[in-house]
Write a protein of this length. Structure first.
Length: 56
């Protein structure tokens, strides 16, 4: 495991942490049971095969 040679200042630590942002989930428009639905890309196959259902 990497070990820093010097202590990182509080200002630098907070600046680094504040720069990190989570990305929004990419949604795909898919037609499921006759409805156009925006769902996460990783769940498209589950909706198409009927393992998950669309709730209104």
């Amino acid at each position: 495991m990497a070990v820093p040679k010097r202590k990182m200042s509080r200002a630098n630590t907070r600046a680094r942490r504040s720069a990190w942002t989570a990305k929004l989930t990419q949604l795909d428009n898919v037609k499921v049971q006759g409805q156009e639905v925006a769902i996460p890309r990783r769940l498209v196959k589950a909706y198409q095969t009927g393992r998950l259902t669309v709730e209104d």
